[in-house]
Design a protein around this ligand. Structure first.
Ligand code: FRU
Length: 499
C-alpha cells in the first residue's frame, strides 16, 4: 500500500511541528524577498515547477532542527517568484525504500491535472565490507494536488538494475524530469561511473512510471570534482545547457574554488549518441554560497533558475534563528556567445519602492550619499574613472555596515578583479570569507547590480555574465552603505528599497 499523507505518522509529525512552532518566528527575522525554510533546516531546491498557474518550490528539509537530518520535502508557493507562502511539508521519509530520506528531485504538472513529484529514496541496506553503512538510492514518484501528495504504490520507478555497468548504486540521485513533445518524459540523474567519476544519466518514459535508460548525457572524466549532483538540462537560445553541482572540487584559478561548486556545460547534442558535445564550461556563480541549481520554464517561456544560497562547507556557521537555509532569487537565464547570463526575474521590479538616484558623483576617498542605505535593497552602480588617463586603482562598496561590521565588494582596475568579502560581517567561524573573479567584459565602466536582503547579497556583474552570491550573518539593523575610491572615480547610483 502507498502512504496517504493522512496515514503518515512522520508527515503528520512534521506538519504538526510546523503548525506549532513556525508562527513563533517573527517576519522581521526572515528574509524579505528570498525563500527560507519554514522552520528548521533547508538545502537544495526541489520540484521547482508551475502547477495550476502558481509557482511551487519544494526543498530538502529537516523541520525539527536547524541541522541536516532525515530529509523531508518542505513546500512553498508563489505568484510572483519573489514572495513565497509556506505550505505544509509535502513528503516525509516514511516508506522502507526512503526511510533514510526523501532526497532531491523535481516536479511537473501532468496532463490530467495532477502534480507529479520525482525524487530519490534513500535507505540503509546493511554494511559495506569496511563497516560503513551501505546506502541504496532509487528513484520514486508521488502524485498530488498542490498540497497533499501520495507516494506511488509501485515505487521505485528506477532502481540500480537500470544503471549502466559499473555505476555506483549508492550514488544515483536527484532526478530532473521534463515533459517531451511526444507526450512522454525524460529525466536526468547524477551518478558515479566505474572510475568513480561523475556522470549524468538520461532515462525515458512514456508514462512517468516505466523508465528505460537512454544514454550517458555527460561524463566528468575526473575534470570537475568527483560526483556530479543535481543535474538539469534544457535548450536555451539555441544551445543545449547542462547545469550540475560537482562535489569535492579542486580550485582552478579564479574559475572554481575547492569544495562543492556549480558548473554550466554549454554545447549541443550528438545526433547519434544523444550525448552532450561540450563547447564551453564555466562556474555558474563566483561567490561563496551557491549550490544545487534547478530551473523551470515560465508560462511566457523564460528559463528561470534558483539555487540553494549556501555552501556545504559553510553550514557549520549554523543559525541563530530557528530556520537555516535560503534560496537565491530566481534568475532569468540566457546564453550569449557561449556564456550563461543571469538576471533577477523582472517580477522583483514590482517589489521596488522609494527610488533614490544620483548621477556623476565624484568619489575620491570615502563617499556617503543621503538616502542610500538599507538592508533590503536593489542597488545599481555604474562606475568609471574621472580621468581616463589617470584611472582610479580601487573602488569599494561597503554594505551591511555599522561600527566594526561590514561586507564589501572591491574592484581593482589593474587586474580587473572583483572581490566579495565578508571578513568583518560578524562571522565567528573559520569558513571561506572572500572570493574573487576577473571581469570578463570590462570596457572601462564597472556595472554592478546588488540585491541585498537581510541575510544575503547577490551581485550581478555587467549584463549578468558573472554573478557573486553570499550569505551574511550581520545584524539586519546594520544598514549603512558607503563608497570609497583610491584615486578619482565617477559613479551613477540607483537604489530602491525592496518590500
Ligand atoms: C545536494 C545533495 C543531493 C541530495 C541532497 C540530500 O546538496 O547532496 O545530491 O539529494 O543534497 O539532502
Amino acid at each position: 500500500m502507498s502512504t496517504q499523507y493522512t496515514d503518515s505518522v512522520k508527515l503528520y509529525a512534521a506538519r504538526r511541528h510546523e503548525a506549532l512552532f513556525s508562527g513563533n518566528i517573527p517576519a522581521s527575522d526572515r528574509p524579505v524577498v528570498h525563500l527560507e525554510s519554514q522552520i528548521g533546516w533547508m538545502n537544495d531546491p526541489n520540484g521547482f515547477s508551475l502547477y495550476k498557474g502558481r509557482y511551487h518550490l519544494f526543498y530538502q528539509y529537516h523541520p525539527f532542527s536547524s541541522v541536516w537530518g532525515p530529509m523531508h520535502w518542505g513546500h512553498a508557493v508563489s505568484d510572483d517568484l519573489v514572495h513565497w507562502e509556506h505550505l505544509p511539508a509535502a513528503l516525509a521519509p516514511d516508506e522502507r525504500y526512503d526511510s533514510s530520506g526523501c532526497f532531491s528531485g523535481s516536479a511537473l504538472e501532468l496532463a490530467d491535472g495532477r502534480h507529479l513529484l520525482m525524487y530519490t529514496g534513500l535507505s540503509q541496506t546493511g554494511r559495506n565490507p569496511d563497516g560503513t553503512p551501505a546506502n541504496r538510492q532509487i528513484q520514486c514518484i508521488a502524485y498530488g494536488d498542490g498540497v497533499d501528495y501520495e507516494k506511488y504504490e509501485g515505487n521505485p520507478v528506477i532502481d540500480s538494475s537500470q544503471l549502466p555497468e559499473g555505476s555506483s548504486p549508492q550514488d544515483f540521485r536527484d532526478p530532473k524530469i521534463w515533459a517531451c513533445e511526444d507526450g512522454g518524459f525524460r529525466c536526468v540523474l547524477g551518478s558515479l561511473d566505474a572510475e568513480r567519476s561523475g556522470q549524468i544519466l538520461q532515462y525515458r518514459s512514456a508514462d512517468g512510471i516505466s523508465w528505460e535508460f537512454e544514454c550517458v548525457l555527460a561524463s566528468n572524466h575526473g575534470r570537475y570534482g568527483v560526483m556530479w549532483e543535481c543535474p538539469d538540462t534544457f535548450v536555451l537560445d539555441g544551445k543545449q545547457v547542462l547545469l550540475v553541482s560537482p562535489q569535492d572540487m579542486l580550485p582552478e584559478g579564479n574559475e572554481f574554488m575547492s569544495g562543492n561548486g556549480t558548473l554550466a556545460l554549454i554545447g549541443h547534442l550528438d545526433d547519434q549518441t544523444g550525448a552532450l558535445v561540450e563547447e564551453a564550461t564555466q562556474s555558474i556563480d563566483y561567490g561563496i554560497d551557491f549550490y544545487a541549481t534547478q530551473t523551470l520554464e515560465t508560462a511566457d517561456g523564460r528559463r528561470v533558475m534558483v539555487a540553494w544560497m549556501q555552501n556545504w562547507d559553510t553550514t557549520s556557521v549554523g543559525s541563530v534563528q530557528p530556520w537555516f537555509g535560503q534560496m537565491t532569487l530566481p534568475r532569468e537565464l540566457h546564453v550569449r556567445d557561449g556564456r550563461l547570463y543571469q538576471w533577477p526575474v523582472r517580477e522583483i521590479e514590482e517589489a521596488r519602492r522609494n527610488r533614490v538616484a544620483y548621477e556623476d558623483v565624484l568619489v575620491e576617498g570615502l563617499c556617503v550619499l543621503d538616502g542610500v542605505r538599507g538592508r533590503c535593497v536593489d542597488l545599481t552602480l555604474t562606475v568609471r574613472s574621472a580621468d581616463e588617463d589617470d584611472p582610479y586603482s580601487e573602488f569599494f562598496v561597503r554594505f551591511a555596515q555599522r561600527g566594526r561590521f561590514r561586507s564589501s565588494l572591491c574592484f581593482r582596475t589593474r587586474d580587473r578583479s572583483l572581490m566579495i568579502n565578508r571578513k568583518h560581517s560578524g562571522l565567528r567561524r573559520a569558513v571561506v570569507k572572500d572570493r574573487k573573479c576577473k571581469l570578463l567584459s570590462y570596457d572601462g565602466t564597472l556595472r554592478l547590480r546588488m540585491i541585498l536582503d537581510r541575510f544575503s547579497v547577490e551581485v550581478f556583474v555587467g549584463e549578468g555574465e558573472q554573478t557573486m552570491t553570499m550569505t551574511i550573518p550581520t545584524d539586519p539593523s546594520f544598514d549603512e552603505i558607503t563608497f570609497f575610491a583610491e584615486g578619482k572615480a565617477v559613479m551613477d547610483v540607483e537604489k530602491y528599497d525592496l518590500v
